[in-house]
Design a protein around this ligand. Sequence first.
Ligand SMILES: Cc1cc2nc3c(=O)[nH]c(=O)nc-3n(C[C@H](O)[C@H](O)[C@H](O)COP(=O)(O)OP(=O)(O)OC[C@H]3O[C@@H](n4cnc5c(N)ncnc54)[C@H](O)[C@@H]3O)c2cc1C
Length: 394
Amino acid sequence: MYDVEVIGAGPSGSYAANALARRGFSVHLVDRATFPRDKLCGGGLTRKSLGLIRELEPSFDNSGLAEPIEQLYLFGPDGKTVREARLPVGEVALIRRRDFDAWWRDRALDAGAEFSQRPVGLDGARFLVAADGAGSSWGRSIRGPFRNSEIAVATECHASADLPPFAALLVSPNDAGSGWGYSWLFGRSDGVLVGTGYRRDQEGDLPALRGRILLLNRRFTSETCSRFDNWVIPLYHPRPAAQGRVALVGDALGVADPFLAEGIANSMASSRVLVESFVRQKDFSQYTAELHRHPYFRAMRYFEFLQQVVGTDGAAAFQALSSPGLFERLRRMLSDPGEAAYLAWGFALRHPVTALRARRTLRVAGRTSPPAPSLMPGQDTTPATNSKEPPARA
Ligand SMILES: Cc1cc2nc3c(=O)[nH]c(=O)nc-3n(C[C@H](O)[C@H](O)[C@H](O)COP(=O)(O)OP(=O)(O)OC[C@H]3O[C@@H](n4cnc5c(N)ncnc54)[C@H](O)[C@@H]3O)c2cc1C
């Protein structure tokens, strides 16, 4: 009998398995995939995720897995105006999920976790941690279905190119039905990742959004791409995170920040809170309360507000965010979620009318968007490889 079975060896599952094994618990880590495996993801790590990784595994710095980004570009909805900044080394880095996840899983095994592709379930383990991603069936039964307003859809394609590492972000315009969203170019040594993210209930004109980021890509390289893949990123909302002997972490629970939809840091942060709670209580009884009370996740309400700001007036948001004071706050927010409060207040002081509208939208959001009855047909958690459309909408 294991103390804990962790289902899913992505960033959240391997974090939980590693940290629990270090605390002396016997851990069974399960993944149905054969590693190394791919996961649709930009692989952008901010100082938040880098800090969580290093805290457990300082050897990450010598692993050669991370490509530090020093150049950041921010483009407005018109695709023209730009704010350019040099980032201090170690603030943002890019990884390839195929390589990182295999390395990260192996570190959990080094810490003492056992790995297999066959779960033992609650008959063979006293507790179960579901870290099996956005389509988790444990997730659905404990936290309920995600509302469309609580899900970002991210669509990404890869262009081969040889460029120094960089990140370029393009704020989405609020026209043609689209609300919050942004597009990105992540320049890595193996090429450029070209992506667009939007809220599932506010897709708007997706071909136009993709067209804008592909156009911007031409400024950096003549190489382009045409094959977009899609997958979902469930955004943080204070949902039930455990029931009896089962707890949820990462995308299975839905913890990505609602402003940048950064999922890796928050997924590992949820595992960190879970492990601390489990070590204290020896069960999951306090996990939900401790997670939502934790300053890290309490700050998510400001991220949600900022999402509404961009969704209400992307141009005003860009203008404010690219001013020296708020841009510095934005940069600091990549290290500390608490900085989002300053960013939110800074914006509210500059654009009180937009801020009030955003706040009102935030209050009625959720009431206007019904839960998605079927997030992933058949609860299939495999990223929809080259799927033409995002998963079914409500
Ligand atoms: C296009 C795109 C771009 C993104 N870019 C970024 C980014 O740049 N930075 C960032 O921070 N976040 C990004 N994200 C979000 C990020 O990828 C996720 O939030 C993160 O991977 C969640 O980690 P996780 O461990 O909870 O789940 P996952 O990484 O999804 O891992 C789940 C694991 O569970 C396994 N599994 C699933 N079902 C079962 C089962 N039934 N039995 C056993 N094993 C199972 C899977 O094989 C997988 O290994 C992006 C997402 C998308 C879609």
